[in-house]
Design a protein around this ligand. Structure first.
Ligand code: ADP
Ligand code: F6P
Length: 324
């Protein structure tokens, strides 16, 4: 597809993630520095359907690099999942002269970007989600901040768990993915981490391991559960009933999605935003940007959406070996 790009739209879509603001800032300032005009689209694809579009300048993104959330707001837009919604969105782009859109979000947002590109508006996707579940990228904007938030909270929880000789069953986010849980589990020394990708058995993987550990003199326990496994209240009650160890359930919830982004999230977001504009400048369209090792890569949107990502098997093994 060859098309001259003069005006670039930017939006955030799906669940928010710390670092999205740093990505918006990078997109806006890089684009303006290269002579493009930039339009901010509010509330994801909703903004294109309901005409929530505003021009951005270098000062529109001042004082946001350290802020969580997204100054462009985000939304899940069901209307955009229908062809009519996509046509309406493309019409709004034409109305404002938006020649291309940078969409910051997860897989759903990239499916949206692919559909918008089919309506003649080229798109670039940037991975923004705390779940790190984008197959084409080893890293997603927000992941580091969310993990650090969870660690900070579980460290606090450990204090009271230890004082009372209790078991804390803690749920962290990750409806379909255990990346966040497995890393947080290692970092907080959780005895057991349950993730949606791995089958588990109550007796063998939970009760027996707790009893073995109690045999070595340990009296308090942290059990980490990814949201996709769920049922933390029931699990805590079951553990208490079987073992007699007083147990409490804690759901960390949406607090993990907020807060000031870490250095890593600010830098990765800034790099990805910069690369998105470089691609558009070079006439390279409909790509998703990712990280491989410490380097930026990019893939065709269809290719990116067809990729699969596996949990690194070594991490659960390490966790089981050293959390005893
Ligand atoms: P994420 O981007 O975090 O995966 P969602 O799956 O909720 O979040 O997707 C965000 C938005 O992207 C949706 O609300 C919708 O507007 C758009 N979207 C998702 N899937 C599709 C699809 N198959 N076709 C068109 N748009 C989609
Ligand atoms: O951002 C990803 C995620 O945190 C998932 O882990 C979780 O299942 C989902 O978002 C919940 O988002 P919401 O409550 O906004 O629908």
């Amino acid at each position: 597809m060859s098309k001259e790009i003069k005006t670039i739209g930017v939006l955030t879509s799906g669940g928010d993630a710390p670092g999205m603001n740093a990505a918006i800032r990078s997109v806006v300032r890089t684009a303006i520095s290269k002579g493009f005009r930039v339009m901010g689209i509010e509330r994801g694809y909703n903004g294109l359907i309901h005409d929530e579009v505003r021009e951005m300048n270098v000062r529109s993104v001042s004082e946001i690099i350290h802020r969580g959330g997204t100054v462009l707001y985000t939304a899940r837009c069901l209307e955009f999942m229908q062809l009519e919604g996509q046509q309406k969105a493309a019409e709004t782009c034409r109305k404002y002269g938006i020649d291309a859109v940078v969409s910051i979000g997860g897989d759903g947002s990239f499916r949206g970007a692919r559909d918008l590109s089919k309506q003649g508006i080229p798109c670039i996707g940037l991975p923004g989600t705390i779940d790190n579940d984008i197959a084409c990228s080893e890293y997603t904007i927000g992941y580091d901040t969310a993990m650090n938030t969870a660690v900070e909270m579980i460290d606090k929880l450990r204090d009271t768990t230890q004082s009372h000789d209790r078991c804390s069953v803690v749920e962290v986010m990750g409806r379909h993915a255990g990346y966040l849980a497995i890393n947080v589990g290692i970092a907080t020394g959780a005895l057991i981490t349950l993730i949606p990708e791995e089958p588990w058995d109550l007796q063998k993987d939970v009760i027996d391991r707790m009893m073995d550990t109690r045999g070595t003199g340990k009296k308090h326990f942290i059990i980490l559960v990814a949201e996709g496994v769920g049922h933390v209240q029931e699990l805590a009650a079951t553990i208490q009933k079987i073992t007699g160890i007083e147990s409490r359930a804690t759901v960390l919830g949406h607090v993990q999605r907020g807060g000031s982004p870490t250095l890593r999230d600010r830098v990765v977001a800034s790099e990805m935003g910069y690369r998105a504009i470089e691609l558009l400048e070079q006439g390279i369209f409909n790509r998703v940007i990712g990280m491989k090792g410490e380097r930026l890569v990019d893939y065709d949107i269809d290719e990116a959406l067809a990729m699969h990502k596996e949990i690194d098997e070594l991490l659960p093994t390490i966790a089981k070996t050293i959390s005893i």
